[in-house]
Ligand binder design. Structure first.
Ligand SMILES: NC(=O)c1ccc[n+]([C@@H]2O[C@H](COP(=O)([O-])OP(=O)(O)OC[C@H]3O[C@@H](n4cnc5c(N)ncnc54)[C@H](OP(=O)(O)O)[C@@H]3O)[C@@H](O)[C@H]2O)c1
Length: 320
């Protein structure tokens, strides 16, 4: 039987930047027993996509043979085939999924997703809004609920003071809105051009990160974190870009019982609970998505370069 082909964008080697991307025709993947095949309507980019670029190139020999390295994990679309053990989805369902962080697959016309990491997308939630949620929304959600202990129902009488840096970015925009749902007082930093936008998302105080006042709020320790933090003296700093040094500091602080709580966060989604919660908030009009720009799959390099530049306001969308 002749295999059906799809347009996809793959890593073309170990060269960094958009120049490493290649447009190819590859076989449409077949879903495993616990997966669904999705005809994609939108995908969004995250810094993890290009940060993982060279790591994936290095891991290439250990990945499934002949499987192309198609970047991007956050997708929305329509189910066109289901694996033999899939119970909750059928052909024609509109969904949002987070794909395997290792294998990716989003910069293409079709992708396979685990049933357990897939949720229904109601008509009130556009494909672009849905695809914006997985990595950025789940990271903000995880930082606030699991690391900072914020109750997002807003019923906690002890209102927390939360600092959200890079509030105009993918994670930051959701962190500001979720923190407000949790009844927190939100101080945010962003560039001058986005001060009004971040205020409109609900932040109580917004500082231009290029001013001395804004720069001073980067983190209590003066380190430059992409952080969501509780500003009290015994507060928590969530490090979204933990390198080996941060992991080491974290380990040592735990051993020495230091009062300073630096917590490195690494998003590894295991179920659909957080994503369902976020999709529901969007449906109810309680969570908005700022979209930086939309690009067709043929212009994936433009989207990729824009993301790497690090100055997107909200999410960068790629549409097949
Ligand atoms: N650990 C994890 O599991 C995890 C998960 C998701 C994200 N992350 C990390 O979290 C970070 C944020 O991700 P993202 O998707 O939100 O990135 P993003 O969308 O690319 O962030 C871009 C935004 O950040 C703003 N910005 C840049 N430097 C800033 C600074 N010093 N102070 C305040 N704002 C600044 C930019 O504003 P201007 O254009 O005005 O400069 C731009 O609007 C990234 O480092 C990412 O790798 C980690």
């Amino acid at each position: 039987m002749v295999a059906k082909l799809m347009h996809a964008v793959v890593y073309g080697g170990s060269v960094g930047g958009a120049v490493g991307l290649k447009h190819v025709e590859v076989e449409i993947p077949t879903p495993s027993k616990d997966e669904v095949l999705i005809k994609l309507e939108a995908a969004t980019l995250n810094p993890v996509d290009w940060k993982a670029y060279q790591l994936k190139a290095l891991l290439r020999p250990f990945l499934a043979r002949n499987s192309p390295l198609i970047p991007c994990t956050d997708v929305a679309g329509e189910v066109v085939e289901v694996g033999s053990q899939v119970k909750n989805f059928k052909v024609g369902d509109k969904v949002v999924s987070i794909l395997s962080l290792l294998k990716g697959g989003g910069l293409s016309e079709y992708a396979v997703a685990k049933e357990i990491l897939t949720v229904f997308r109601p008509p009130e939630v556009s494909a672009a809004e849905g695809a914006s949620l997985p990595v950025a929304g789940l990271t903000a959600h995880m930082a606030l609920t699991q690391f900072i202990g914020l109750d997002l129902t807003g019923k906690d009488p002890h209102h927390k003071n939360i600092l959200v840096t890079a509030a105009s970015g993918g994670v930051g925009q959701y962190a500001v809105q979720l923190a407000k749902l949790g009844g927190a007082h939100v101080t945010a930093t962003c560039g001058a051009r986005n001060l009004e936008l971040v205020k409109s998302l609900g932040a109580d105080e917004v500082l231009d990160y290029k001013t001395p006042e804004g720069a001073a709020l980067k983190s209590p320790s003066g380190r430059k974190y992409d952080a969501v933090g509780n500003l009290k003296e015994d507060g928590v700093v969530v490090d979204l870009t933990p390198g080996p040094a941060a992991m080491w500091t974290y380990a040592v602080k735990r051993i020495t019982c230091s009062g300073k709580k630096l917590k490195p966060l690494m998003l590894i989604p295991k179920d659909d609970v957080g994503l369902k919660f976020l999709v529901e908030l969007v449906k109810e009009g309680k969570l908005k998505t700022v979209i930086d720009s939309r690009h067709c799959l043929g212009d994936a390099e433009v989207a990729w370069s824009k993301g790497i530049a690090g100055h997107a306001t909200g999410k960068i969308i790629v549409e097949p």
